[in-house]
Design a protein around this ligand. Sequence first.
Ligand SMILES: Cc1cc2nc3c(=O)[nH]c(=O)nc-3n(C[C@H](O)[C@H](O)[C@H](O)COP(=O)(O)OP(=O)(O)OC[C@H]3O[C@@H](n4cnc5c(N)ncnc54)[C@H](O)[C@@H]3O)c2cc1C
Length: 273
Amino acid sequence: MSDNIQTVEVLSKTTWTPNLFSFTVSRPDSFKFTAGQFVRLGVNPSQLKHYKHADSQTKETAPDEDIFRAYSIVSSPFDEVLEFFSIVIADGAFTSQLQYLQVSDELLLNTTPFGFLTLARYQKPDPKDLWLLATGTGLAPFLSMLQDLQTWQDYEHIVLAYSARSLDELAYVEQIERLQEDFGALVDNPATLTFIPIVTREEVEGALSDRLPKLLTDGTLQKRAGIALDIDSTHIMLCGNPDMVEDTKETLKSLGLVMNRRGEGNIAVENYW
Ligand SMILES: Cc1cc2nc3c(=O)[nH]c(=O)nc-3n(C[C@H](O)[C@H](O)[C@H](O)COP(=O)(O)OP(=O)(O)OC[C@H]3O[C@@H](n4cnc5c(N)ncnc54)[C@H](O)[C@@H]3O)c2cc1C
């Protein structure tokens, strides 16, 4: 096993829907990361103790070698454990195995943190309004940022728009609704968080229902957020489904914002596939 791969133990598991779950693992003492980064997690199917619960067809075809995938870290850089939020893809090599993990199972963690979807990338404009737009598990890096006190300290307004297909796929809502109190309250003059849930395939009271590009083009999102998009005061991050990321990015450009390059500019993105 390479030097930067360590074994971590599964400490808890939360099942949101048959296709969405979260879990925490032990955090190696030496492992450091910045909110918004991702790691590579690995499974060896034969090491998942409860793998016997997998259906027989998957079991027969399961490879016995380690499989690694990129996972954004949900927990804050200051937490004692590492938390992750995962999709289950029925025929996905990784998640068709990972879905069976149980407390006390072991996973592999590559302890090199990756990624530039971090707030430190913004040198210009100065921090004022932070927009975090996520679909599905793309919420993960934003939860890490929102549990970092520096984020609350640095911004005046934070808008979290989080889109899922159905209400039950809108995970972490209770935790999101407590963020202002749990983290904002710990700093002087904290940012004000506006949470905007979006549910695209069913009518849900209080949630918007259109895709992000439309909500931005017709101004619904800005109206709900109570602030405008402005080249001189907006930092805006997109994470999740590549179609959403691409279409939203183009929409934002048409509204006058620019990609963040070498520290300057408004828009930063991360695609999950
Ligand atoms: C930088 C980065 C960070 C990531 N962070 C996360 C994370 O925090 N949580 C997470 O669940 N996944 C995350 N992913 C995706 C993850 O790496 C795997 O693709 C996912 O675990 C599925 O693996 P798989 O082998 O089962 O299927 P794969 O063969 O990897 O994917 C099969 C197909 O499933 C779909 N798919 C893959 N991932 C997702 C997803 N997250 N949501 C919806 N559809 C998807 C796509 O259509 C993809 O083509 C991240 C990817 C990248 C590049």
